[in-house]
Ligand binder design. Structure first.
Ligand code: SAH
Length: 349
């Protein structure tokens, strides 16, 4: 089949054979058509609405040592910080006043934040902002921990699987980290009742088309509510400092494929995408993304949460970021909204 026909089929059937999917991942010939189809599916389901998530990077301590990540424990050049519960709450307050109705608490895997502390933070946010979604993105935990956070009031969880291929996973992580456990976490989270977000980096070192194919098939099994992808970007103080960044073109193509495979998923146009190209996030929206995640982290801490080099928006405060993404979304024909932004499910349509 030609790519043209493959895109038509994907649009109509929301799936492809293995061969067709591999072909689409690897060829750019009809990208323009692919983006148009993805945008039309996106508009059918989410209209021109762009959902906002307020990102709060509350700790950059991490006990893990992922080869790609700038806040890995082995990076002794990282200047470490933790926000206090009061700082986190006042950041939420500011965010709320700016119209944010989702707070994403993201951090390294920091043992200082015990389950008890996380639950206290979550339940205070829950009681002060009852109509808001609370998203956690704090890595791999036990099922009991996930349950405790859920009972405290968290309702979404972001945990990118990073790569669904066993061999590739081993090349990105030290031996003590297991893909099996990351997958277990995702299924536990789902079972507990979270809206779950998975995802992967595009163009991470050693990634092959086959690995991306496995990512897409794994996502079909998981059926997450959110899928976050962004280009790999090297960080100078990591073992991957010399590896090339992921490409804009492939990231956009994959966003579009994801929109057509998962019409109802929330797909963010990520900060990493905005970092490799000045209009990366706008292009992401045009290729099928429907979420942006402006940074609410206070500027002093923000400068230290460096997962990769040249991260954007380090100097602006949360109000400026809010205004900036609003203008960017409007410049390409979309509209930022302040609703809580749950993933739509066929039943709600
Ligand atoms: N500790 C949490 C949060 C990790 S940071 C967790 O384990 O889920 C959030 C995401 O940033 C990661 O899942 C990874 O996909 C991405 N990331 C990390 N380093 C990166 C890099 N160098 N380039 C691009 N994305 C990166």
């Amino acid at each position: 089949m030609t790519n043209y026909d493959i895109i038509e089929k994907l649009y109509n059937e929301k799936n492809l054979s293995d061969e067709e999917l591999m072909q689409l991942i690897q060829t750019s010939e009809y990208d323009k058509k692919l983006f148009e189809k993805a945008d039309s599916r996106r508009r059918e389901i989410y209209g021109d609405e762009v959902y906002l998530r307020g990102l709060i990077e509350f700790t950059n301590y991490c006990k893990n040592n992922c080869y790609y990540c700038g806040i890995r424990r082995g990076n002794s050049n990282a200047v470490r910080y933790r926000m206090t519960k009061e700082e986190i709450l006042s950041t939420c307050r500011k965010g709320f006043e700016l119209g944010f109705r989702t707070f994403v608490l993201q951090g390294g895997e920091d043992p200082f934040f015990t389950d008890e502390k996380i639950c206290q933070i979550v339940s205070e946010i829950r009681s002060k902002f009852p109509e808001c979604a609370i998203t956690l993105s704090i890595g791999e935990k036990s099922r009991d921990s996930y349950r405790a956070y859920f009972e405290a009031g968290a309702n979404r969880y972001l945990l990118r699987h990073e790569t669904a291929s066993e061999a590739h996973y081993k090349k990105l992580h030290p031996h003590e980290m297991e893909l099996e456990n990351r997958k277990r976490c995702l299924f536990d989270l789902k079972e507990i009742g979270y809206q779950v977000g998975a995802g992967f980096m595009v163009g991470s070192p050693f990634q092959k088309a086959e690995d991306i194919f496995s990512d897409l098939r794994f996502l079909k099994k998981l059926e997450p509510d959110m899928i976050g992808i962004g280009p790999f970007i090297s960080h100078r103080d990591t073992p991957f400092e010399k590896y090339e960044n992921g490409s804009l073109e492939l990231t956009l193509r994959l966003i579009a494929i994801l929109r057509l495979l998962f019409p109802y998923a929330n797909l963010p146009a990520t900060t990493a995408l905005g970092t490799i190209h000045p209009q990366g996030r706008e292009l992401g929206l045009k290729a099928g993304a429907n979420v942006v995640m402006p940074n609410l982290t206070p500027v002093e801490e923000r400068k230290k949460y460096l997962l990769y080099d040249n991260k954007i928006c380090l100097g602006e405060d949360s109000a400026q970021c809010r205004g900036c993404v609003e203008r960017r979304a409007e410049s390409v024909g979309y509209r930022v909204v302040t609703s809580v932004g749950n993933a739509k499910r066929p039943i709600e349509i």
